[in-house]
Design a protein around this ligand. Structure first.
Ligand SMILES: [Zn+2]
Length: 231
């Protein structure tokens, strides 16, 4: 039976070749969405590296943020950019789930998973959600949750206002653009939560989310992002 399944999969691969979303090479055997070579070679942000320090520095003014970690380094025209593009603009939702799972598996394997009761994803405005059909942060949160066993919620935070894209804005403009944009549901008993987003640039969006969560009674935050943009 196993042989038949393998044969059938190889046959389907031959007729409808599946490609790696990061390098566009054909996938083989059990590979799905991202090939084995890319899974190994995607540029990680190592613990205690300069990049890890830079991430920490962006939240240093918020004492309630007790840890920060980003998974991959985003470089222009690099594989990480290609993956995030497939997830955000080409409708490939599987990429989000896979990246979330990979991040979670590595956090667990390396003993770096923060102690948290809940994973909270950064919401899209309803208008954008309708356009795209899904929120990429929810996909990442679902994948992270599958790998870590920590539950996730996409409804704790809501976006009150539609904001223009943050792309091309200065740090100050980004900060002003998202001020007061988020609202959080009040929760008691959640001492420590993970707030998860796709790409960290200036941290303005995440800081605005954390402010809203603090107002709603959340106490301690672990910031996780799938990628960090190279400065
Ligand atoms: Zn690949």
């Amino acid at each position: 039976m196993a042989n038949l399944i393998t044969w059938w999969r190889d046959f389907v691969d031959l007729v409808f070749p599946r490609c790696c979303e990061a390098c566009s090479r054909g996938l083989v055997g059990n590979e799905a969405t991202i090939c084995t070579r890319c899974r190994i070679a995607l540029p990680r942000i190592e613990k205690n590296s300069l990049y890890a320090e830079l991430i920490r520095y962006q939240f240093v003014h918020i004492p309630a943020v007790s840890s920060t970690q980003s998974f991959l380094l985003f470089t222009k025209r690099g594989k990480v950019q290609k993956l995030l593009h497939a997830m955000k603009y080409k409708g490939n939702q599987e990429v989000g789930l896979v990246l979330g799972r990979m991040f979670g598996q590595e956090l667990v394997a390396e003993n770096r998973l923060p102690e948290a009761a809940l994973i909270i994803s950064v919401p899209l405005h309803q208008r954008k959600l309708k356009q795209r059909g899904y929120n990429q942060s929810d996909l990442l949160a679902e994948g992270l949750s599958q790998a870590t066993g920590i539950p996730w919620s996409g409804s704790v935070l809501t976006r009150k206002k539609y904001t223009e894209t943050q792309t091309g804005k200065s740090k100050k403009e980004r900060h002003d653009n998202v001020q007061g944009v988020f609202e959080a549901q009040r929760q008691d008993g959640y001492e420590s939560v993970i707030i998860l987003d796709d790409v960290l640039t200036t941290g303005a969006t995440l800081c605005a989310c954390i402010e809203a969560l603090k107002d709603a009674g959340y106490k301690q935050f672990h910031v996780l992002t799938i990628a960090m943009a190279e400065h």
